[in-house]
Design a protein around this ligand. Structure first.
Ligand code: KG4
Ligand code: ZN
Length: 346
């Protein structure tokens, strides 16, 4: 049975809405995006060098009705044919999350639709289920070609390595002990006086630099566990900049990117070997990094594995992935309370 879901994402600095259509069970879920809209608050937060929670909340409250109007082309009656409203309940910035939850609840009441809470991290994790226009994955997605899989989830707040035996059997293998890798990109960008968010800026600059010019450390690359640490790497960049007067920013960016990507790729591949993974899944905002995508794709191919990564628009925060997570949870009969939980985990 087809289900139409209006999905809402306001966990950080993107206000996003999406109308998706999902069908199929846990063995063969199919989701397609009917329409999605997004507005970024980057310009508003840029002068502060990061996201200001209450400013984000104010902007979400202002943007949500405008985006809904745009999503539906002012035809609000479309909401009558929706089956569910899905909204991110956490993790994220609590004031920002509340803006989305309150909006979802009001719509649910007005149109008499059930409201489903969704976990933002599950959204990233399941984003590989969204159909792809640009496929850099080396095979067409199907459940039978995917599991067991090793999933690397890399965003501004999280760096998690997971083992997935199915869409429902998921085990966390390790995570960062300090900064998330996206946070490290953002902090190093700030050290190099690049604007927020730093990830895409570092990537652009790194493309012009020499990756082997500065031997930055590869924290925890040889540790037996699957945890990560990125704050020492950021500190090494800080010391390098303090101790060297003449530097090439492009070389610093390239050497930093190389160090971060090497740790991520090595540990992901080691987990894939240990657990006999058939595929590697990459998701989260940092999955938009072309060097990381290429590196994992290559390693997966070399070791005879499939590699799945969502389209660029579905790496960074978006509402379609929230709709998918809500659909999978509905199939699993898992419920999230409609309460903002800033520190919600997987
Ligand atoms: O998933 P996301 O949009 O938000 C969170 O859930 O955190 O991830 C945002 C993070 C930021 O740290 C941003 O700098 C990073 O993803 N990012 C990138 C790239 N694009 C976004 N990092 C490296 N390279 C990129 N191209
Ligand atoms: Zn995210």
């Amino acid at each position: 049975m087809k289900k139409i879901i209006l999905a809402i994402e306001t966990s950080c600095d993107e206000t996003a809405l999406s109308l998706i259509e999902c069908s199929g069970g846990l063995k063969n879920p199919q989701c397609k995006v009917l329409k999605s809209v997004i507005t970024s608050q980057i310009k508003i937060h840029q002068p502060f060098g990061g996201v200001v929670p209450n400013l984000a909340k104010r902007e979400h409250i202002k943007n949500l009705p405008l985006l809904l109007d745009e999503l539906l082309d002012s035809k609000f009656e479309i909401l009558n044919s929706c089956d569910y409203i899905a909204v991110t309940a956490g993790p994220g910035l609590e004031p920002a999350l509340w803006a989305g939850i309150t909006f979802a609840k009001e719509l649910g009441k007005k149109y008499k639709k059930p409201v489903l809470g969704a976990n933002h991290l599950e959204g990233h994790l399941y984003s590989f289920l969204l159909p792809k226009k640009n496929r850099i994955s080396n095979s067409k997605f199907s459940i039978s070609k995917t599991f067991p899989a090793i999933a690397l989830l890399v965003s501004g707040g999280h760096t998690i390595l997971l083992r997935m035996d199915s869409l429902t059997k998921i085990k966390k293998l390790g995570e960062t002990k300090d900064d998330a890798v996206g946070e490290a990109f953002d902090k190093v960008a700030r050290l190099l006086e690049l604007p927020y968010p730093g990830g895409p800026e570092i990537e652009k600059l790194a493309a012009k630099g020499k990756r082997d010019s500065i031997p930055f450390p590869r924290p925890m690359i040889h540790s037996k566990d699957y945890d990560f640490s990125f704050s020492g790497l950021k500190t090494s960049v800080l010391y390098y900049l303090r101790d060297h007067k003449k530097i090439s920013k492009a070389d610093v960016a390239a050497s930093f990117e190389e160090a971060a990507v090497e740790v991520l790729a090595k540990k992901t591949l080691r987990a894939a070997d240990e657990f006999g993974a058939q595929s590697i899944l990459l998701s989260g905002g940092v999955a938009a990094n072309k060097y990381l995508r290429k590196r994992l794709q290559l390693e997966a191919r070399k070791s005879g594995r499939n590699f799945f990564v969502p389209d660029f628009e579905h790496n960074t925060d978006n509402a379609s992935m929230i709709g998918v997570a809500a659909y999978i949870n509905m199939l699993k009969k898992k419920k999230y309370p409609l309460v903002a939980r800033g520190d919600a985990n997987l």
